[in-house]
Design a protein around this ligand. Sequence first.
Ligand code: GLN
Length: 284
Amino acid sequence: MAEGAERTIAQTLAQSQSAGLERLDAQLLLLHALGRQPHDRAWLIAHDGDKVSLSVSKSIEMLSKRRIQGEPLAYLTGHKEFFGMDLEVDARVLVPRPDTESLVEWALDVLSGMAWANVIDLGTGSGAIALAIKKHHPEFRVQGVDRSADALAVAAANAERLQLDILFRESFWLSGLTEKFDLVASNPPYIADNDSHLAALAHEPKQALTSGVDGLDDIRAIVAQSPDYLQPGGWLLLEHGYDQAAAVRQLLAQSSFLQVQSRKDLAGVERCSGGQWIPTPQCV
Ligand code: GLN
């Protein structure tokens, strides 16, 4: 095909795929370049003979190249769907994963039946967990903390766009907070510093991914802090790596959490573990 000639939608998609893109990624990037919604894939098929402007062709070529080099689709489109919400994301935050929806479901189970609750999401990133909880319980107090001011800016923008009233603030886990919570939820960094999976995650913020030689440094810190910040009967729920469930249950049990248990993600992997904090009466 002549250089500079306009391509059709079908030709553009074929070109992206022959460059190495998955069909779905090619469709989603083209929809983004055309200013259309991700759910408009049927529109692409119905209009496969329509011409694509040269500027859209150029931008799709650039986006395809970046995708092939491993940039997450969500950073290229600026959007990621999470728990039925459209979140705006960029390289300042980890891309929200469907795995984390299991943690949200567990959090909603714990909160169901409560008339009011004080909830905090530690290492909130894009705000995904806090936003999903607030959306389902607008009357609850929901906060999100992160060590990264950049991440908090992304979370606050999402909350504003979705009109969810959440308090976001900078903090190292629960340090310095002066209140007690009915639920502490977190998807902390949990990948070992030298894990080979990190190569595939090179575009995402490292501080949101890695946590010491066994990946458990941050989970240990959160488990150690939480008893001082939980109401009697409050729950701590943590996401962790595919092979860390037993280790996290052990940490929770060692810190005297009760009802220690794990939940599976959609792939059937034990992905979250948690426990309930019931202080033992002090002997006098
Ligand atoms: N689940 C992510 C991954 O392995 C990592 C998320 C995290 O470290 N919290 O791709």
